[in-house]
Ligand binder design. Structure first.
Ligand code: NAD
Length: 456
């Protein structure tokens, strides 16, 4: 039986290890989910919500325990991990508060002779697979609406955050009936086996490369998929933007979670008249931050999740520098720290043949380019295979709307606003997947609809 080690990226020391699920375990979990699905469905939306409110309350009781583990296992600074926990719980509670409304049937026709009604029914058993970057929120975003909608779940957390996965399993299964929520452990090979089980829907959050493999794996069964994939969000700063006001937002949008956020601002596109002011401001913000052990409450910047992620980032920056990019600040590992750390980095002189432009950069590195016209800014923003988030900084509301409609992105925010809200879908264009989580949109993605036309 193979073991998966959990490594603390702040120190590169092992914390613990777990046994990976065997092919027999994975099969048994899928079977258990099938055995539980009828009773779970028959409990009805209100009954499921009542039980899941208890799950939510149990999570709230375990906030500090979870955040501490998240800091140790994934390297998220403890103060961010505590916020991430509240953020995730807010989403879970919003699904619980709105589930009955969003899952209600709709009467489409009614007269003296007939009544037509459209129902949202669960799919049955859902394979849910998530990455490590928000260990609690990723579970909520993917499993919360599935469970409320009446699906039973076989869940796999990332191999980087197996202990967080174990804690989730412990909490959820202390409340829900046996077989409703099942968890398997392991790397991509376990995920691959999971999507090949007898499941009715696959919900996946992770890289676009893995999303493609999953689509291919289920194609011959015509299985539906909800895919939430990678991103390389543009941030356009127009000449009328108030840099003093928006700099903090730009900084957070790029560097939160050490830059390991799917919809992080990954390519900054600045009007040439503003670039000096922007880079000076961002450089100052970077200098104010403290890099260190994620478990230390004073730390602003923790490590990357793992050495492999650091190596990839170093390769992407080396490629840019070899092609002429200039490092304004950062560009290396900080001295005197043992873990998977990388300094927050600003790069200029960027060309679009560089990996930092073409690939998703999942770390604290921001490539910066300039523009002179609105058309050029839009062209550069859309010059990517991804289409998740986008950020526009301008004082001109009409321009914002005009540009927002021309961006090939699923979500667009202006200035200090955020499109992230429990009432909005989280969604992407192009290689970002097109899955839809949250609110009505998310419930629609995890249910199938049935029309029942009856005589009166
Ligand atoms: P990844 O694709 O390598 O892994 C994600 C999950 O898939 C892990 O649990 C992994 O074990 C599993 N997996 C790997 N190969 C598999 C296969 N062949 N079949 C089934 N499962 C498999 O991604 P990662 O490096 O863990 O996470 C970072 C990526 O996730 C980034 O691209 C980021 O943008 C993306 N992400 C997207 C969203 C979103 O909502 N759009 C949110 C968070 C992260």
């Amino acid at each position: 039986m193979s073991k998966i080690q959990s490594i603390n990226p702040s120190t590169n020391q092992a914390i613990d290890e777990l046994e990976a699920s065997t092919p027999e375990d994975i099969k048994a979990k899928a079977k258990a989910a099938h055995a539980a699905k009828k009773a779970w469905r028959e409990l009805g939306v209100a009954g499921r919500i009542e039980l899941l409110r208890k799950v939510s309350a149990k999570f709230a009781e375990n906030k500090e325990r979870f955040a501490k583990l998240e800091a140790e296992e994934m390297g998220m600074p403890i103060k961010e991990a505590l916020e991430d926990f509240d953020f995730g719980l807010d989403y879970l509670n919003s699904y619980l508060d709105t589930g009955e409304k969003h899952l209600k049937s709709v009467v489409t026709l009614e007269n003296d002779d007939e009544r037509h009604e459209v129902f949202k029914e669960p799919f049955g058993v859902v394979a849910c697979i998530v990455p490590w970057n928000f260990p609690f929120a990723n579970w909520v975003w993917q499993c919360g609406q599935n469970l409320i909608a009446g699906n039973t779940v076989v869940f796999k957390h990332s191999e980087e955050t197996q202990l967080c996965g174990k804690l989730i399993e412990e909490i959820v299964n202390s409340v829900l009936p046996e077989g409703v929520f099942n968890e398997v452990y392991g790397d991509g090979s376990v995920g691959e086996q999971l999507v090949n089980q007898d499941v009715n829907l696959v919900c996946f959050t992770g890289s676009s490369a893995t999303g493609i493999k999953i689509r291919q794996a289920v194609a011959s069964r015509l299985l539906p998929t909800c895919l939430e994939l990678g991103g390389s969000a543009p941030g356009i700063i127009f000449e009328d933007a108030d840099i003093e006001e928006v700099a903090g937002t730009i900084f957070t949008a790029r560097f939160m979670a050490c830059g390991q956020m799917c919809d992080a601002l990954k390519r900054l596109i600045v009007h040439e008249g503003k670039v000096d002011e922007v880079t000076a401001k961002l450089t100052n913000l970077i200098k104010e931050k403290k890099i260190g052990d994620a478990s230390d409450s004073q730390t602003d910047f923790g490590p990357l999740v793992a050495e492999r992620q650091l190596k990839l980032l170093e390769e992407q920056v080396a490629d840019a520098v070899s092609k002429g990019a200039k490092v304004l600040i950062g560009g290396k590992k900080p001295e005197g720290l043992e873990g998977a750390y990388y300094e927050p980095t600003l790069l200029t002189n960027i060309t679009n043949d560089m990996r930092v432009w073409q690939e998703e950069v999942f770390g604290p590195v921001l490539p910066i380019v300039t523009f002179t016209s609105e058309e050029e800014a839009i062209e550069k923003a859309n010059d990517t295979k991804y289409g998740l988030g986008a950020y526009i900084f301008t004082a001109d509301n009409e321009r914002f709307i005009r540009v927002a409609h021309q961006l090939e992105s699923g979500m667009v925010s202006q200035n200090t606003l955020s499109y992230i809200n429990t009432c909005n879908p989280f969604t992407g264009y192009k290689m970002s997947g097109g899955g839809r989580e949250h609110a009505q949109f998310g419930f629609d993605d995890v249910t199938q609809i049935k029309v029942i036309a009856r005589a009166k």
